[in-house]
Design a protein. Sequence first.
Length: 643
Amino acid sequence: MKQKQSRRYFTGIDGLRALAVIGVILYHINPNQFIGGYLGVLIFFVLSGYFITGHIIKRVKLNQFSFKEFYIKRIKRIYPQLISVLALTSTYILLFQRQLLHNLYQIVLTNLLGVYNFWQILNGQSYFERFAQDESPFIHLWTLSIEWQYYLIWPIVLVILFKLFKKISYIASFTVVIASLSAGLMAFLYHPGIDTSRIYYGTDTRLFALMIGSLLAMIWPSEKLSKNVSLSVKWLINIFGTVALVALCWMSIWPEMNPQNGIPYLWGMLVFSLISAVLVAIIIHPASSFNRLLTNPIFSYLGSRSYGIYLYQFPVMIFFETTFKNTVHHPRLVPVVEVLLILLISEVSYQLVEKHTHNFSLSYLKSRLSNFSQMKWYGQLKWSIFSAIILAFIISVGVSPFAKEQVNPNPLEQAVTDNVKENKKHNARILAQNNRLNNGDAKNDYLVAKQQAENKPVSIDSSYQELGLTTSELQQLNYLSATAIGDSVMAGSSNGLRAILPNMTIDAAISRQMVEGYDILKRYKEEGNLSPIIVMGLGTNGPFSLDDLNKVMELVGKDSHLFWINVHVPNRPWETNVNQTLAEFASTHSSNFTVIDWHDYSNTHPDWFIDDLTHLNPLGNGPKYYGSYIAKAILQTMANRKQ
């Protein structure tokens, strides 16, 4: 009876889980509009810390805590659904996307062992790069590994602390120290311009959210909270809850919480976790109205199925977007379809797997399969499908170690890697030789380059003449100084830029967005390495505002000329937004801002691209067309400007 009352009492927690999983899904659907949705994971961590620690403390005080019972319960809670998503996703990979078989056995094994986040730090792609050619559908499972490590280690630590100190106050102090060290380490490891995957995936840098939940269980145990409080206290509790809920929602859409910005790592995630703990404390207080406010059929449904929804969201999105490429003309329909598929699959998984986790054991499976002949037809069908999926799962994992020898290296990833290395050497050589003209004025640089080309002609690649460039223009390009900053599209095709603009400094990398591009641009200027002719290639990974462009223009100055390559990214809803924003800005800054209309130029040439219709095929002529089109746009604009 007590358990039932407790479950009814905490129905608002399902509402909080629903809000958290909604935020995460919205972030994955559109990470720029719902820029802080990823913070929902912190709510799950705080809740885990609170309820696990509260359970352990109660049992330890009653001398009834059993490690065996605790771990068996946790295994039954986590593994049936985890194994189901691993099995179904691996089966899909085996049948339809065999290029993802590479490393599958390592991904499955590290997930089952609860160390997948460590594997990701060593081998995985950035969590924020949604344009890897073979993007992993497992990338979001890092959270389960951190939770499992917490479940495995924290009970042992907690029991030892109880034996050593007895008093909750001492244990709470220890918890505060651990949380502080974890949050401090996250802030310490953050450096602008450096990939944040190590911080994002790290158990040590994420532990503070779990510890905050654990601390709340020590200082705010639900069984000691009374409904009999004064009216003024009730008002105060509800005011705190309102402020906390509004703050969480605001932080989830606040642009500064962009996970490629510094604020989330320096203090943002810590503050979000603390506010989450306040809201949890308010919800579970019997005098609060928030348990009732967050209790409704929709929230209860989503909250009760939040685990499955979280597990299946990413595989559904990845496989859907891989199957349907050109979705830019259906920006509203695609997310709706994806969400419906996620809900459908997670509901089936809930009914077939999660509701029966108490039966999770090999003996149960053996008994069901041994009685196969006595089952009704739908039971036989269900267990036949189950057996086929498990067989496909075993086969996919079994052949995975050999897929490494059978699958050729990904041409795009290889091109990006090679280009980034070559760009670093190329940039260092330009700066060391002081070949940059950099007179501080774009028009002067162009005129000097033109004069140099006339006085000291060099050999040129005549094949570029077929792309519309004259001998004179190719000579000028050989001397023209420029700085290019871009994302993975530029990184994959920068060999085309280097070939035609040998004095261009190129800084391009995967997953780059405006906030990081601005920091790089600022650093180049402070170091005196910024050419007055600047080429930006950002927007593939998300939109930006007119204010962002104004900020960039203010940085580069009126004597520089900024060229911006618009985007061809038909499978992302922000393609139109980015290109319209650039066109609008160009209409009011025509004197020193030019849009290079790569979208329209390349739109009739799908053969230039790989399957994602965004990145150019490094084995084709795409990079050459990319480089020549950008170079020609620069020359034509600067020739008109010199008048």
